[in-house]
Design a protein around this ligand. Sequence first.
Ligand code: PLP
Ligand code: COI
Length: 342
Amino acid sequence: MVDPKDIDFYSLGFNFIETKTMFMATHKNGKWNEGELMPFGNFEISPASCVINYGQGIFEGMKALKGKNGEITLFRPKENAKRFNFSARRMLMPEYDVDKFVDTVKRVVKENEEYIPPYDSGGALYIRPILFGYGPILGVHSAEEFKLIIFTVPVGPYFPEGFKGINLEISKKYTRAAPGGTGSAKTICNYAGTMLPAKESKARGFAQILYLDAIHMEYIEEVGAANFFAMINGKLATPRKSGTILEGITRESILELASKKLGIEIEERDMSYKELYDESCTEVFCAGTAAVITPIASVTLEGKERIFNNREPGEITNKVYKLLTGIQRLDIEDEFGWIIKV
Ligand code: PLP
Ligand code: COI
């Protein structure tokens, strides 16, 4: 573990830093054991384990934040627990009790409290629950033994650009998910497949790829690790839950904030990438736990760039950002009941 005194919480990126405590539980013979908190560390695994051979694994991403008065908050953790179970079902793995999940997350956060970045750093303690097929197999079928692990890492902004705005590349070469596949589950395989496209795109100067649907190569799906939003004709539009996008908790929260707090009409629908090149599209951003709300300065397809709002964060992007982060950090009253205190 890294001594928290040696961490500069004011210049964190999104990189691994070892913290003190993790939680591990085992599912064997059809039931979960109690699990235990233990020092963060390595463990043994069979070379024939299902996760290593066939990718039977899922994860979640959550954040613990510190408010001005030092209180520690979680944002809608029950939603992560429910999505974790949705992903587990899709990958033929056992579910974990929702209340127990939230309680365990709280315990892990409490144990690693010294690693939560201070309020004024803008950072967070990222919480990573994982579940995987631990037992050995050979044929393509589920493992019979599973591990649930929850660990934490102090993090800063996901994109080094922070709130300045990122440049995205629309891909007509790669897709992230196809109908009937695993796009709406948070399975580890969905991410491995985006590493090469992201690397190629970065080499061309872009922060990430904006993925299109696999059938028409026309409708926007999402950014590699965040959902997509666009202000079009004065409405806040986001791709509908097609089964191929990850149904983000931040996405859901933004839609609610925009309609209930900002009085903006919202639309969940098919959105052609061509709409982004029209003047009626005035600002775009992406959103997720890691990405928070990240303004998008430009999108480019085959060399054709569309710049938004002189590359500056747009008015609605700013407003939604202030509302969401204000609620998350206890600066704005949480009238939705989203915040759980640790
Ligand atoms: N889309 C993908 C592929 C993601 O990995 C994430 C992050 O979890 C999101 C969207 C945003 O989801 P959430 O807001 O629940 O973090
Ligand atoms: C998150 O936003 O929590 C994610 O899971 C994105 C991640 C792949 C870094």
